[in-house]
Design a binder for this molecule. Structure first.
Ligand SMILES: *[C@@H]1O[C@H](CO)[C@@H](O)[C@H](O)[C@H]1NC(C)=O
Ligand SMILES: *[C@@H]1O[C@H](CO)[C@@H](O)[C@H](O)[C@H]1NC(C)=O
Ligand SMILES: *[C@@H]1O[C@H](CO)[C@@H](O)[C@H](O)[C@H]1NC(C)=O
Ligand SMILES: *[C@@H]1O[C@H](CO)[C@@H](O)[C@H](O)[C@H]1NC(C)=O
Ligand SMILES: *[C@@H]1O[C@H](CO)[C@@H](O)[C@H](O)[C@H]1NC(C)=O
Ligand SMILES: *[C@@H]1O[C@H](CO)[C@@H](O)[C@H](O)[C@H]1NC(C)=O
Length: 671
């Protein structure tokens, strides 16, 4: 069985090289998740899950995510920060700094990172900064100075940033307990280190390191020890590094050129050291460089005099790589005063604080919306969804269904345990099917679709599916919600919210739907499978709408359909070309931009990239277009509709592993 083990996390890296012609092409996209399915059934794995279970809430010694945050006070550089449940209007993020982490050093040194915090911290959010170390006073002063400098043009934000000079181990409240008890798992958490050994030394020299950007290099450090060989600035090939880790200085050429020339020299990895006085940086490729895949790992460290010394005197040095567990660096408290994990910070930028805070705002607004009076029908209340069957429930619907013109799905996906580590690791499609009458043509049509988050259990979404009310053609309906049978379990809740959008005026209500096309394999025959559909408009129809839920999946050589730009066309009466294009598929932050709309942030995988019509941890928004004016409404003449899907404006024509489109599409008739 394939087993990839690093000290603290299970990683699977699937490579989807995305190369298309033309300007503005998206760079290659890696798909990465903290994977458990790969090692499913292995003894180690069972043990590790079991040990996690024993530390779950029943026997737990501390607050868990989802518990209420108790009041606390912390001295700050300006006086005191006091948290009283209910008194804070927005959310609060607590960040514990330690300069023992290369990731945190970079987070706090990178101008782009600092700037993102002062520029984009959502308005209702405050941040409390503390230090884990004895140096808390100077750390607090330094952190404040870093942010004051970055906030030159947005001073307002500084009033929401609080810096404590008291180290975490002296806080005397519950914060240390949560930081220690939650601990740190996964990417950029814990203390990643390089360990140098040499025969002449009594002790290993252990330094912090920051690995190159998670989605740039395809190599990962092995468990063993590598020889360390000096390769100057690493800008030119150097045959002596073959099989060893190259020790190279920052500067003269880009990180890419260094790693590329060392890879050409058959090095096993690259350690770039910062020049004296410089901080550790986030090593990454830039622009065109990102199209050349490199297959060795690399990391950045500080210059270590004893290492330089030993190399100068031709002493042999070995290096190995480890992660020492640490307290957590982040705690969130949402608008309702509930403790929350902050998820993975994939690379060193404060944007991850902003994204989590945006989500707190989204969630607070959602709570408000859920207080609107509606006819609320519970379908699933924390039901496990797993396997072929999924989650199934038969429920009674309210009488007089046709009086309602609005139906929203209130769905949430949480995990078997209270921590994100108990959540399923992969992003899978979840579909909700409904059948109210076995004999009805509407039986088992799709009512809603979501994509699961990579290992985060906070998602909750409200999806307007009003046009599909006619699918509920009886007062007792069976709902089935499921994902792929091999996915680890999710805990689902689903409420149907029926309401009337408009108390006055002529309300148009959907009274009939007609199922159109579904998707399929996105290959050269994709469009050959579709035939025009003829339809008359039923009498007394006032409006006709096209309603489609379309998502692209899989990965051919162009990244289709997950990471390529596909367009979907519904041609009405051979003239009207109704087009839906997934413009943000493959973009670096396409899905990060959807956090304000409810996409789960900071997932344990590559959730940031734009996708073909979807995001991880989000509902799939139905696409709706009014086509009334494109139709012959007399009811005598037949209208036609034909669908086709294109990649880059052309029929798809992949040479390998074609992707696929999942689609349900309807015409909706209103009167
Ligand atoms: C963090 O550590 C690096 C070297 O390890 C040092 O150069 C830097 O000044 C330290 N920063 C702070 C704020 O202590
Ligand atoms: C260095 O690593 C090699 C394997 O790469 C190993 O054989 C050797 O014993 C190591 N030496 C030290 C001093 O750790
Ligand atoms: C790297 O390894 C390859 C394959 O073993 C070999 O052909 C090539 O000459 C090596 N390059 C260097 C610079 O050692
Ligand atoms: C809807 O009803 C279910 C059970 O009937 C309940 O658990 C849930 O809280 C209700 N939701 C709202 C927003 O009232
Ligand atoms: C709500 O009512 C107004 C007239 O009062 C009407 O113009 C509008 O179309 C209605 N909206 C819906 C969604 O029915
Ligand atoms: C519909 O529009 C797309 C691009 O917007 C175009 O590629 C396609 O040829 C058009 N089809 C027809 C039949 O007009």
């Amino acid at each position: 069985m394939l087993r990839l083990k690093t000290s603290l996390l299970w990683l699977l890296v699937l490579v989807t090289a995305h190369v298309t012609e033309g300007a503005g092409r998206p760079r290659q996209r890696l798909k990465l998740s903290e994977d458990e399915e790969l090692v499913w059934g292995s003894r180690d794995h069972t043990t590790s899950l079991r040990s996690r279970k024993t530390s779950s809430p029943e026997t737990a010694a501390g607050p868990e995510p989802g518990d209420a945050a108790a009041a606390f006070k912390v001295p700050t550089l300006d006086g005191e920060f006091s948290y009283q449940p209910g008194a804070v209007r927005g959310s609060l993020v607590i960040h514990a700094f330690t300069n023992k982490s290369g990731f945190l050093e970079c987070l706090w040194s990178s101008e782009a990172s600092l700037f993102s915090l002062v520029q984009d911290l959502p308005e209702r959010t405050q941040v409390l900064f503390v230090s884990l170390d004895e140096s808390a006073v100077s750390d607090a002063l330094w952190m404040r100075e870093q942010l004051q400098r970055a906030a030159m043009h947005r001073k307002e934000v500084l009033s929401r940033l609080h810096f404590s000079p008291v180290p975490v181990f002296a806080l005397g409240n519950w914060i240390p307990r949560v930081l220690y008890y939650w601990g740190c798992m996964g990417i950029n958490c814990g203390l990643t280190q390089a360990v140098f050994t040499s025969e002449g030394w009594n002790m290993p020299v252990i330094v912090k390191r920051l690995d190159a950007r998670y989605d740039w290099l395809m190599g990962r450090w092995g468990q063993g020890s590598y020889q360390l060989i000096d390769a100057g600035d690493g800008c030119d090939p150097s045959p002596s590094v073959a099989g060893a880790v190259a020790w190279v200085s920052e500067g003269r050429c880009s990180f890419f050129v260094k790693v590329q020339s060392m890879a050409k020299s058959n090095a096993s990895g690259v350690l770039v050291y910062a020049l004296p006085g410089n901080p550790i940086q986030d090593m990454n490729c830039v622009g065109e460089e990102c199209y050349s895949p490199l297959r060795i790992p690399a990391a950045m460290v500080h210059l270590e005099p004893s290492v330089t010394q030993a190399l100068l005197s031709a002493q042999k040095i070995n290096v190995s790589f480890q992660t020492t567990p640490s307290p957590n660096f982040f705690i969130g408290i949402d608008q309702q005063g509930v403790l929350s994990e902050m998820g993975w910070f994939l690379y060193p930028t404060f944007s991850f604080i902003n994204w989590q805070a945006q989500w707190f705002n989204f969630y607070a607004d959602l709570q408000m919306k859920l207080e609107n009076p509606v006819k609320n029908v519970s379908v699933f209340d924390k039901v496990q969804m797993q396997g072929q069957k999924g989650a199934v429930a038969t429920v009674d619907l309210p009488l007089g269904l046709l009086d309602f013109d609005t139906l929203e799905l209130d769905a949430s996906l949480s995990c078997p345990g209270r921590r994100d580590v108990s959540c399923a690791p992969w992003d899978h499609t979840v579909q909700l099917f409904v059948c109210c009458d076995q004999l009805s043509p509407y039986c088992n049509m799709e009512l809603g679709r979501w994509i699961t988050a990579f290992r985060r259990g906070i998602g909750r979404w409200l999806t307007d599916v009003s046009p599909l009310i006619p699918l509920l053609d009886s007062n007792k309906c069976t709902f089935t919600m499921k994902t792929v049978p091999w996915a680890m379990p999710w805990i689902v809740s689903l409420n149907l919210r029926f309401s009337v959008s408009n108390q006055t005026g002529d309300r148009l209500r959907p009274f009939r739907v007609m199922s159109l096309f579904s998707g399929g394999t996105f290959d050269k025959n994709y469009n050959k499978r579709y035939q025009p559909i003829k339809f008359p408009v039923p009498a007394s129809t006032k409006k006709v709408e096209l309603f489609a839920v379309i998502t692209g999946h899989g990965s051919d050589e162009n990244g289709c359909g997950e990471f390529c730009v596909t367009s979907h066309h519904f041609l009405i009466n051979a003239v009207f070309n109704n087009t839906h294009t997934f413009d943000s598929a493959g973009t670096a932050l396409g899905c990060a931009m959807q956090v304000t709309g409810g996409a789960v942030p900071n997932e344990h995988g590559t959730w940031l990239y734009g996708r073909g019509g979807w995001c991880d941890g989000l509902q799939v928004n139905p696409w709706r277009t009014d086509i009334t004016k494109q139709l012959d409404m007399t009811g005598f003449e037949s209208n036609t509709v034909i669908y086709f899907g294109l990649f880059d404006g052309q029929d798809p024509n992949p040479s390998q592993q074609p992707g696929y489109i999942i689609m349900s599409s309807f015409l909706v008739f209103y009167k």
